[in-house]
Design a protein around this ligand. Structure first.
Ligand code: NAP
Ligand code: F7E
Length: 344
């Protein structure tokens, strides 16, 4: 009999890739969504699996709702991907972020404990828990020092996941994932913001784009590779915490440079600080400016992870490298900007 997976946050980037991966493995996939006034399955439609997923309404802030869904669908595995996932917004909505990203996880864990403690649980933890890093690269043993309400809420959830594993014997895993991107990434995140807006500049729909701290460094991988690691964690004999990362740090500036090249711009940087600009060498036109409104109140300067434990214990590997990732995102947005088809 095929296994049933419940994916919370199925409408998001990772939800779509994970749903496709599990469907290919023969799973029955139940995707939970919070109520929305408009259809929210564009990413699943893009991957051609919109009709293969069963949908159920579930908001992580409502315990009775969570318990009813876990009881009704009897999942073998729960992948908790639902979250207020934008760091910038977490400074403006710290309480909501704590409720969904922190307490929401306890609601799921409690449901598992009460209804069926054999259900395996994956928690979407994050490199943002390392924040002001105490060692480089970061591993499963690096001390945590989160620097924003998002990272703090996720750290609470990480410890609750660990605690339910140790206290109640639940197969609960925490995937400490570094940034992972794709053509399906939300447009507010810096990678997709760059590829989508530079494509708009290329096709004449806007004159230039603006960024915040372009010297910030992140460890960017491909989301499609990372969802396979989530599944491997739940198949392993012993549950635990695993870092998924590429081991390579690149700056926002690097990302913009490579994306611009893919879209036909040859960027040179002129000026300093807020006056710095990215100028297209061929036309002498400014296509990137700095706008302090995109600076964060407190900075996480550089994050880079070591995926060694996941590679050794889970046999996890990533296939897509940095240049390939940026190229795929830029080409996808080039096409969308050309057609003016802003599906997601
Ligand atoms: P995403 O695209 O922002 O998707 C988040 C999902 O959570 C969406 O489906 C969203 O639904 C749902 N959601 C938000 N609030 C909810 C609520 N109150 N109740 C139920 N669902 C809710 O994020 P992602 O990039 O796929 O990331 C997946 C998970 O991994 C998140 O938990 C994120 O924090 C974590 N993570 C991501 C990365 C990364 O680089 N992508 C790295 C580390 C960890 P709507 O469609 O209705 O908004
Ligand atoms: O920022 C800098 C910004 O918003 C990356 C989420 O998936 O990954 C993601 O969080 C960096 C930061 O992602 C702009 O200051 C510069 O240093 O793309 P981001 P994030 O904050 O790293 C982690 C692992 C998660 O868990 C989260 O859920 O880019 N940056 N200029 C900018 N960022 C944005 N968004 N916009 C700018 O204009």
């Amino acid at each position: 009999m095929s296994k049933t997976a419940l994916i919370t946050g199925v409408s998001g980037q990772d939800g779509a890739y994970l749903a496709r991966f599990l469907l290919e493995l023969g799973y029955r996939v139940v995707g939970s969504q919070r109520r929305s006034s408009s259809l929210n399955t564009a990413r699943l439609a893009y991957l051609g699996i919109e009709k293969d997923v069963e949908y159920v309404d579930m908001d992580l802030v409502e315990i009775t709702n969570v318990m009813r869904v876990v009881e009704e669908f009897e999942p073998d595995e729960i992948y908790n991907l639902a979250a207020q996932s934008f760091v910038g917004l977490s400074f403006e909505q710290p309480i909501y972020t704590a409720d969904v990203d922190g307490l929401g996880v306890t609601r799921l864990l409690e449901s598992i404990r009460v209804i069926n403690s054999k259900i395996k649980f994956y928690q979407a933890s994050t490199s943002e828990m390392f924040g002001s890093v105490e060692q480089t690269p970061q591993t499963e043993n690096t001390p945590f020092f989160p620097r924003n309400p998002y990272g703090i809420a996720k750290l609470y959830a990480h410890w609750m996941t660990t605690n339910y594993r140790e206290t109640h014997g639940i197969h609960a895993c925490s995937g400490i994932l570094f940034n992972h991107e794709s053509p399906l990434r939300g447009r507010e995140f810096v990678t997709r913001k760059i590829t989508s807006q530079l494509a708009m500049v290329k096709h004449g729909h806007q004159d230039y784009m603006s960024l915040g701290n372009i010297d910030a460094k992140r460890d960017w991988g491909f989301a499609g590779d990372y969802v396979t690691g989530m599944w491997r964690m739940l198949q392993s004999e012993k549950p635990g915490s695993y870092v998924l990362a590429t081991g390579e740090a690149k700056s926002v500036r690097d990302f913009a440079q490579v994306a611009a090249l893919e879209l036909g711009f040859d960027v040179v940087w002129v000026g300093n600080g807020v006056d710095e600009r990215g100028v297209d060498r061929k036309t002498n036109r400014t296509i990137i400016t700095i706008d302090p409104k995109y600076y964060r109140p407190i900075v996480v300067e550089s994050l880079v992870g070591s995926p060694l434990k996941a590679e050794m214990e889970l046999g996890w590997t990533r296939k897509v490298g940095f240049a390939e990732l940026v190229g795929a995102m830029a080409r996808s947005d080039d096409k969308q900007a050309q057609d003016r088809s802003l599906a997601f």
